[in-house]
Structure formats: structure tokens, C-alpha cells
Write a protein that binds this ligand. Structure first.
Ligand code: GLN
Length: 446
């Protein structure tokens, strides 16, 4: 472990200045843990990892990439962090991200944008862009991440690595800084589906400290012994592939589906008739929940306090929140507060909840016919930094990842044929609590 860890720590020192994937590297702490790691304890013992800066880490700054929490040092570990430490994994540091996990490009971080290792002028995707870039550039073999509407799958696709968001309720949210609580879910990014399976097994499971954590038995990861996919029914949505305007991505996706068939899988057309409403519903629901979750950061109870002279308490709240939150976060708080205000609540929030229900029903129908679904992750490859300057075009790019999030289903991105030298992912979605079926399909594909 000490040797392995020092290779990764060296790479962090060497490449992080160009990538900006990590906010914080725990050199001394990690080195000490690596020296004492006992490989006989578990398969993960002594294996380095990096945590997204959204996970509370005892004694180590946890900022959610916000000025609001830039000096916050948690007195406790998130459950996920604690479980991985109990398994013997050693944290090398904290990964950059979009502020409070709001974004799809990692350009909304108080600590600056992350650069995509495949082309430094491009974004790594977001919000878990630091985790994805760190794994892609081999600053770490594994990183934790979180996904609310696509934040594991989209950056995994844009950086050419594997990332999984388990079913909602599989991994504890305790100690994970909240964005939209009914959607937030912790997951893993790694080099392969096999590695994701091993780490996910160690981090999931019931937790009394999270009331939405499920009681179901956790599974044990078993790497598939053979490559055949005989008997596997894979749901595809021809309309989504048609919607891909980039012909190279379309071709790569089609080729990946052909590979599934060549390995024995059967493709079956399915439909999610309400999925085109998903983005609109999500951008009401997620900001609504965010506006409530972020209300605690007022500079008194939690978070950055303005040093400006203040007239009264309201003035202090205003100044602290104005300085502490970045523009995108402020936009979401405004949107969410507005959607929840009396008069608009029924028209927007309740409508969005109805759409959410319809989309879950659509998936239920689809999964009565198939074992998994295989669909695109992102309509585009990693785009140039600064290319999407308006929020709405960024929001629309989440069209393929948001439906599974609204339904709370397990979903992942695995790398397929790159186009024009840039990575592309294929999204696999599974039925509730069946992470194994998508992971083992990806492992067979790889
Ligand atoms: N891009 C989406 C958003 O900005 C998803 C983010 C996420 O999954 N955390 O909300």
C-alpha cells in the first residue's frame, strides 16, 4: 500500500496543478495510513481513494466547493466515508466539484474550473468533475461522487471512466452535504465496473442516521465468470438515439448496442412517453429542495459570515449569503423559493411531482419487458470551457440522465468507442435495487 499510495500521491502533485481536480491533498495523513494498512483485512485495504468534497471528512476541510463552507472542518465522517475507511481504504484528498453539486461542467466551483485530462481546454462534466478527472488521469484508482440528476454518469462519460449511482436509498446520505434530498445519492467512479462493484459493496447498506436509507439486504459483488449475455433483454429507446445530433456519438452508441447483441443480448424497443418532461420537472423540484436545504447557511448558524458593517440581522443574512454563494447557487435558490411560494406551489411544484410519478410509472412498464435499459448519457462530448454560458442550454443537456434520477433507479455510465479523440459513455439503467445486473453487464462489455 505505501508504494502504491506514493505512486498516486506523486501523480497528484505532478498533475493536479494543471487539472485542478483536487481541492485538497492529504499528503501526510495519507502517507501515515498507507504505512499501517493491513492487506489481510479486506480486498480494499490499503487502496487509495479520493472523496468528492461534498462528503464530510472528520478533521479535513469539506467545502462543497463553496465559499460558504470554505473553512468548514467537520467533526465527524459521512457514513460512506466511515464505511470505506473501515474497509481499509485510504483517502488521498478531496475532489473539486460544482458548488453544492449544482452544474454539469465543473465551471461553478469557488476553487476554479476543472480541466478534462483528454483535452485541457474542455470541461470534465459535472458536478463530480473533479472525481472523474482524478480517476481518468489516474491520480487515484477510485473516487466517491454523488448524483442528483446525472452528476456521476455525465462526468464519467466525458472523462472515459465507469461511474455508478445506486438506487435511491442504497447508500447513506448522512454527512453528505444536501442539494436535493429526494434525489441525492452517493456512488462510485473507477476504472472498471469490477472496481465499482467492489467499492459500492463496501459503501452501501442500511444506516439508522438516514431515514431514507433502505432496509434491503446489501449484495456482494461477484465479477461475472463469462462474457456471454445470452438471455439478457436490453431495452432501447430508438427516439433517444435519433435525438443525438452528433453523428459520431450516434454511431458509437449504435456500435455499442451491436456489441451487446454480438454477446448474446436481445434488444427490445421500449418507450418512456413522459421522459421529455423530465428536465422541466427536475429544474423545479431540485431547486425547490435546494432552497430549503441551503436556508441553514445564513452566516449565523452555519457558513460564511460577511465582515461588512451590517444594519440589522436581515442585512447580515443578505450580505453573508450574497458573498458566500456563487451565481448558479443563488439562481437555484431564487427559482426554488419562487416555485414553492403560495400561488405558484400548485402550478409548479405539484405539477412537477405528478410528472415525476408518471416517469416512474413509465419505467415500471418498461421493466416489465426488459432486464436493463441501454441509452445515451450525454448528447455531446466534453464541451469547451466557457462554451455554455447560459444556464438553460446546460440544463437541457441533462435530458438523458434526469429520468432515471426522478425514478430513483440504479444507473451507470460505461465507456464506449471514443469520437474525435474524446470519450463517450453508454448509460445502463436497472430495475430498483438491482445494481448487480447493470454492473455485471458493464463488466461483460469491458
Ligand atoms: N446537472 C444537474 C444539475 O445541475 C445534475 C447535478 C447533480 O446530479 N448533482 O442539477
Amino acid at each position: 500500500p505505501a508504494e502504491l499510495g506514493s505512486v498516486y500521491l506523486d501523480r497528484c502533485r505532478q498533475f493536479n496543478p494543471t487539472l485542478n481536480a483536487l481541492i485538497h491533498v492529504q499528503n501526510d495523513l495519507a502517507a501515515a495510513d498507507l504505512l499501517t494498512a493491513d492487506r489481510s483485512q479486506s480486498i480494499l485495504a490499503g487502496i487509495p481513494l479520493i472523496h468528492k468534497d461534498l462528503f464530510s471528512t472528520k478533521g479535513v476541510t469539506t467545502s462543497a466547493a463553496s465559499r460558504m463552507l470554505a473553512d468548514y472542518v467537520p467533526p465527524f465522517d459521512a457514513t460512506v466515508v466511515g464505511r470505506l475507511r473501515d474497509a481499509g481504504m485510504v483517502s488521498l484528498g478531496k475532489a473539486n466539484m460544482d458548488e453544492f453539486a449544482m452544474g454539469s461542467s465543473n465551471e461553478y466551483s469557488y476553487f476554479g474550473a476543472v480541466n478534462n485530462p483528454w483535452d485541457l481546454s474542455r470541461v470534465p462534466g459535472g458536478s463530480s468533475g473533479g472525481s472523474a478527472a482524478a480517476v481518468a488521469a489516474r491520480l487515484t484508482p477510485v473516487a466517491t461522487a454523488s448524483d442528483t440528476g446525472g452528476s456521476i454518469r455525465q462526468p464519467a462519460a466525458m472523462c472515459g471512466i465507469t461511474g455508478i449511482k445506486p438506487s435511491y436509498g442504497r447508500a447513506s446520505r448522512y454527512g453528505m452535504i444536501a442539494f436535493a434530498s429526494s434525489l441525492d445519492q452517493a456512488g462510485v467512479m473507477a476504472v472498471s465496473a469490477d472496481d465499482c462493484g467492489l467499492v459500492l459493496e463496501a459503501m452501501m447498506g442500511h444506516d439508522d442516521k438516514d431515514s431514507t436509507s433502505i432496509l434491503a439486504e446489501p449484495w456482494r459483488w461477484q465479477a461475472p465468470q463469462e462474457a456471454s449475455m445470452q438471455g439478457l433483454k436490453v431495452g432501447v429507446i430508438p427516439d433517444w438515439i435519433e435525438q443525438l445530433k452528433d453523428n459520431d456519438i450516434k454511431r458509437s452508441t449504435q456500435q455499442a448496442l451491436d456489441t451487446l447483441v454480438s454477446k448474446g443480448a436481445e434488444l427490445i424497443e421500449v418507450d418512456l412517453p413522459h421522459a421529455d418532461l423530465a428536465v422541466a420537472a427536475y429544474y423545479i423540484l431540485a431547486p425547490a429542495e435546494a432552497s430549503a436545504n441551503l436556508a441553514r447557511f445564513d452566516g449565523i448558524r452555519y457558513g460564511h459570515q460577511s465582515a461588512e458593517p451590517c444594519d440589522d440581522i436581515n442585512d447580515m443574512y443578505r450580505k453573508s449569503r450574497n458573498e458566500g454563494f456563487g451565481q448558479e447557487v443563488q439562481r437555484r435558490i431564487m427559482l426554488g423559493t419562487w416555485a414553492l411560494s403560495s400561488g405558484y406551489y400548485d402550478d409548479y411544484y405539484c405539477q412537477a411531482q405528478r410528472i415525476r410519478r408518471l416517469i416512474s410509472e413509465d419505467f415500471k412498464q418498461a421493466f416489465s419487458k426488459v432486464d436493463i435499459m441501454a441509452v445515451p448519457v450525454s448528447p455531446e462530448v466534453a464541451f469547451k470551457q466557457g462554451e455554455k454560458s447560459d444556464g438553460v442550454s446546460m440544463y437541457q443537456a441533462d435530458q438523458f440522465t434526469i429520468p432515471a434520477s426522478l425514478a430513483g433507479l440504479p444507473c451507470m455510465s460505461m465507456p464506449i468507442q471514443p469520437v474525435r479523440g474524446l470519450p463517450v459513455g453508454l448509460q445502463l439503467i436497472g430495475p430498483y435495487f438491482n445494481e448487480q445486473v447493470i454492473l455485471s453487464t458493464a463488466a461483460r462489455f469491458q
